[in-house]
Design a protein around this ligand. Structure first.
Ligand SMILES: *[C@@H]1O[C@H](CO)[C@@H](O)[C@H](O)[C@H]1NC(C)=O
Ligand SMILES: *[C@@H]1O[C@H](CO)[C@@H](O)[C@H](O)[C@H]1NC(C)=O
Ligand SMILES: *[C@@H]1O[C@H](CO)[C@@H](O)[C@H](O)[C@H]1NC(C)=O
Ligand SMILES: *[C@@H]1O[C@H](CO)[C@@H](O)[C@H](O)[C@H]1NC(C)=O
Ligand SMILES: *[C@@H]1O[C@H](CO)[C@@H](O)[C@H](O)[C@H]1NC(C)=O
Ligand SMILES: *[C@@H]1O[C@H](CO)[C@@H](O)[C@H](O)[C@H]1NC(C)=O
Ligand SMILES: *[C@@H]1O[C@H](CO)[C@@H](O)[C@H](O)[C@H]1NC(C)=O
Ligand SMILES: *[C@@H]1O[C@H](CO)[C@@H](O)[C@H](O)[C@H]1NC(C)=O
Ligand SMILES: *[C@@H]1O[C@H](CO)[C@@H](O)[C@H](O)[C@H]1NC(C)=O
Ligand SMILES: *[C@@H]1O[C@H](CO)[C@@H](O)[C@H](O)[C@H]1NC(C)=O
Ligand SMILES: *[C@@H]1O[C@H](CO)[C@@H](O)[C@H](O)[C@H]1NC(C)=O
Ligand SMILES: *[C@@H]1O[C@H](CO)[C@@H](O)[C@H](O)[C@H]1NC(C)=O
Length: 775
């Protein structure tokens, strides 16, 4: 009896086991369902070799969010690659059915359709089959009707085509899931922009977010072309019927999938690493700041090798536009224009590409562009070998960047004047003329000075060391002697320096307009290829720092001379801030930038760092900090916030230095004080301010003038810019005995900065320039 019972139980267990096995094996053995068959919650079909499985799943274990989908069969953890009812999860999974009955549909409660294929007619002997590629295919008497690969979810698999069927208009795009628990479409999508020269484009909604660039023969424009992906390779097909891209696996036994991820706005190429039993992100795009679509705006170039703050720069012949990006400096002339060649470039967004010919060569391409006045750029369309093909653009050039390890040559149209061998600034007409024209003008207008590179080279003995007056952050300064005996100072801008063409032009444009006896006069400039030169009037008596800091020279500048220098600097600065037609902020005011003429009159030099402010702009946030330790105002150093009041701060430091003969930084001050400002303030508070005055000028010193200068300098050094006087107030304070306000503790800010704005601060020291310093 007992034995019988035991046997019965064993038999029951075996039969349950067999039943279970049988029902499973039916599903496992089939890769397809045919007409009148259906698939319900507990069932699935598996592709022939067992790569993929189609069935029902839930993402949050809830019983009322069921989806029909495809996942890798062999890989643990149910990696879903496609979902049918993305937007309509089943709420009653037990009644769920995928059914082929004349058409293919997913329904619950026998009449609620959750998903269906868009075929309205009655089907004859349809078969739904899951292939080992992961593609779910519906056929009718061996004729293809529908496939899941044409309706991608968030995943791209080998064999899928992203792009357009030009015959039917079908546009295959990948769309991200809203979240990892919600497969309904998010805003992030990726597909092919079918322009004249098609390019894969990632968008948020309809907004462009990341442009891979067009196919240039070896890869997409923005991909390194030499480095081969070791798990997969990309391809691009364009013909009369379709335009699409996708990837091939290099080794079929290693699963690779590309997933568009809403949370990170990235495309993740993931590889299944069998030994680690996990998906590893092999490539994650976009990779860097410059890959964000047109991050620098139109007509500007993004260089990732620079800090984020400096990555954007206008193309040659363009200037910054307040609305973002850059504008053309001067209009094109059409036939007489030329082209500037840029190397290692990603080509512009092909939305503005209006012509593509794969058989033209570069010369034909150039000709074609030159002949059409609205053509703004050209490039080879295929970079293999010597390069071939021709692509032409019109209008704005968008989404340009430098690709350090790849990219191609891009030719951008500019007016001929941008390319002239040597340029000269002409004061009256504010025009940049080429060599020949300016020679003609020279006869009628004696004020115009023409400098040819060869003239400058011979005047400085080919920039010989013995003519070198000093070396600054942007390059050396040479003394030159022209054939008529006239002396000039030549600032030779080193090409590797931070001063790009724009700063250079900025300086020229500014100084050209500024005429004041306390400003150094710019006489002209010269550009040839990489060579950029500024030609100034020569200042025989060097710079102020030579006289106030050098032991042997201090005596030369007695107090009346120093006071005269102070007043001169004040007037020059007032002119820059208020009296010229522009508001000009110097931004690098310091002793070495004050030059002295033969009568020891001060002249402010080096306007390359200045920026023009708009009339109603009191301050401007700059993304790039320039200046010098010890002189730089705190709000400028920390927040990049500069105004005329940051110059006033630097002037305050300079004032203390002139009176005391000590550097704000570098000198050993008494009582272990490491900076002049702190030391001076301490003496001031103790009523000992007169001790600050340089020993060398004590005899000639007018005590009340000197005290007044110290007092004014503390007002200039106030922490808050609005507490500092304007230069016009300073002029008044210096020239009359008006009562001065009581100073507050100055902003003691000359040493190391503790700020989070690291990228800005990194450049503070590098960009310092001291011109005409003694050898
Ligand atoms: C699915 O399987 C479970 C147990 O494995 C069973 O209770 C349920 O009735 C099945 N549902 C359908 C629709 O077959
Ligand atoms: C779903 O249930 C399984 C098994 O009970 C568990 O391991 C998993 O963490 C659950 N997932 C969620 C999202 O709750
Ligand atoms: C299949 O469709 C026919 C008519 O279109 C209908 O009569 C029949 O009930 C359907 N079968 C199922 C299982 O839904
Ligand atoms: C279904 O297909 C027809 C014709 O191919 C098309 O006009 C219609 O927009 C499609 N409907 C859906 C929901 O895709
Ligand atoms: C493909 O990958 C498998 C698994 O990593 C490896 O064993 C095999 O050698 C690879 N084959 C080739 C041709 O690289
Ligand atoms: C492409 O350029 C070649 C060479 O100039 C020319 O012969 C051909 O007609 C052009 N093709 C098209 C489609 O314009
Ligand atoms: C000139 O370029 C424009 C695009 O800016 C294009 O539409 C036009 O057809 C071109 N003209 C000729 C003659 O090629
Ligand atoms: C990028 O910068 C690094 C160091 O800052 C330099 O070594 C490298 O040559 C630069 N690459 C390019 C292409 O300018
Ligand atoms: C300057 O260099 C050029 C060519 O490099 C040379 O011909 C010329 O003699 C040099 N002049 C001087 C003064 O060294
Ligand atoms: C300043 O320059 C003039 C003219 O070169 C010269 O005579 C004078 O001695 C210089 N003064 C000083 C202090 O070097
Ligand atoms: C600098 O950092 C401060 C605070 O961290 C921030 O408020 C300010 O906007 C930053 N300035 C710049 C120019 O990034
Ligand atoms: C200036 O010197 C004082 C005294 O040593 C020091 O406390 C202060 O931090 C210095 N200022 C800066 C910003 O380095």
């Amino acid at each position: 009896m007992r034995n019988f019972n035991l046997i019965t139980i064993i038999i029951s267990i075996i039969s349950v086991y067999l039943l279970f096995q049988i029902s499973k094996s039916i599903a496992a053995e089939t890769d397809s369902i045919t007409n009148s068959q259906s698939l319900s919650k507990n069932q699935s079909i598996v592709s022939k070799k067992g790569e993929f499985e189609l069935g029902f799943f839930t993402l949050d274990n809830s019983t009322n969010h069921y989806y029909l989908g495809i996942w890798y069969k062999r890989i643990p953890g149910q990696t879903v690659v496609w979902v049918a009812n993305r937007e309509k999860p089943a709420t009653n999974p037990n009644s769920l059915q995928l059914i082929i009955n004349n058409t293919l549909l997913l329904r619950q409660d026998s009449n609620t359709v959750l998903w269906s294929v868009n075929i309205t007619r009655k089907l004859k002997n349809p078969i739904l089959q899951l292939l080992d590629s992961g593609n779910l295919v519906l056929t009718e008497e061996n004729k293809y009707l529908w496939q899941s690969f044409d309706f991608p979810g968030n995943t791209l698999l080998q064999g899928m085509k992203l792009g357009k069927d030009l015959k039917t208009g079908l546009d295959r795009r990948v769309t991200a899931w809203k979240s990892s628990k919600d497969p309904s479409p998010g805003t992030l999508n990726w597909g092919m922009d079918v322009t004249m020269w098609p390019q894969p484009m990632q968008r948020v909604g309809s907004k462009k977010q990341f442009n891979s660039g067009p196919w240039i023969g070896l890869g997409y424009g923005s991909k390194p072309t030499t480095k081969r992906q070791s798990f997969f390779s990309l391809f691009f097909i364009s013909n009369e019927d379709e335009v699409y891209f996708g990837f091939h696996l290099d080794n079929n036994s290693v699963p690779v999938r590309m997933v568009l991820d809403q949370a990170t706005s990235r495309r993740l190429y993931m590889v299944w690493i069998d030994s680690d039993q996990e998906w590893q992100v092999y490539v994650s795009l976009p990779r860097d700041f410059c890959e964000s679509y047109s991050v620098c705006g139109p007509n500007s170039n993004c260089d990732w090798n620079k800090s984020v703050a400096e990555a954007c720069g206008c193309l040659r012949g363009f200037r910054p536009n307040s609305a973002g990006g850059c504008l053309r400096d001067k209009p094109l002339n059409c036939e007489s224009d030329g082209f500037v060649k840029y190397v290692k470039m990603k080509v512009p967004d092909t939305e503005n590409c209006w012509y593509l010919n794969q058989s033209m060569n570069l010369d034909e391409c150039r000709e074609k562009c030159l002949r059409n006045c609205s053509c703004t750029a050209y490039a080879n369309s295929d970079i293999r070998g010597e390069g071939s093909g021709c692509a032409l653009w019109s209008g704005d050039l968008n989404d340009l960047r430098i690709l350090p390890d790849a990219g191609q040559d891009l030719y951008i149209r500019v007016p001929a004047s941008e390319l002239a061998f040597c340029l000269i600034w002409k004061r009256r007409k504010k025009a940049i003329l080429n060599v020949d024209q300016s020679k003609e003008e020279q006869e009628e207008d004696p004020e115009v000075k023409f400098y040819d590179l060869s003239v400058i080279a011979s005047s400085t003995d080919n920039f010989s060391d013995k003519n070198k007056l000093g070396e600054g952050g942007f390059g050396p300064v040479f003394m030159g002697t022209l054939e008529n005996g006239q002396r000039i100072a030549v600032k030779r801008l080193s090409t590797g320096s931070g001063q790009g063409l724009n700063e250079f032009k900025n300086e020229i444009a500014l100084i050209a307009k500024l005429q004041h006896r306390n400003l150094v006069k710019l006489q002209g400039y010269c550009i040839q290829n990489e060579e950029k030169l500024l030609i100034y009037e020569y200042m025989p008596n060097k710079s102020l720092d030579f006289f106030i800091f050098e032991q042997t020279q201090r005596m030369v500048l007695d107090w009346p001379t120093r006071f005269n220098v102070i007043r001169g600097i004040t007037r020059g600065l007032l002119y820059l801030h208020q009296d010229s037609r522009l508001t000009v902020i110097h931004r690098d005011l310091k002793a070495s930038n004050i030059l002295l003429d033969h009568k020891m009159n001060p002249k402010i030099s080096d306007f390359g760092l200045a920026r023009i402010l708009g009339e109603d702009q009191a301050t401007e946030i700059t993304r790039r900090i320039v200046g010098t330790y010890g002189y730089i105002a705190p709000e400028y150093a920390i927040d990049g916030n500069f105004s005329v009041k940051s110059d006033v701060y630097s002037f305050g430091v300079l004032l203390l230095e002139i009176v005391s003969g000590k550097r704000n930084r570098g000198d050993q001050h008494q009582n272990k004080h490491t900076n002049l400002t702190e030391y001076a303030w301490k003496l001031w508070m103790e009523g000992r301010a007169l001790e600050l005055i340089s020993e060398d000028i004590k005899e000639s010193c007018n005590g009340s003038e000197a005290l007044r200068c110290i007092h004014i300098s503390f007002l200039c050094l106030e922490q808050h810019p609005h507490d500092r006087p304007s230069m016009s107030s300073v002029v008044m304070m210096l020239s009359s005995e008006i009562c001065l306000p009581k100073p507050k503790q100055p902003a003691l800010f000359v040493g190391e900065y503790s700020s989070s704005n690291k990228t800005n601060l990194a450049s503070v020291n590098e960009l310092t320039m001291s011109i005409l310093e003694p050898r």
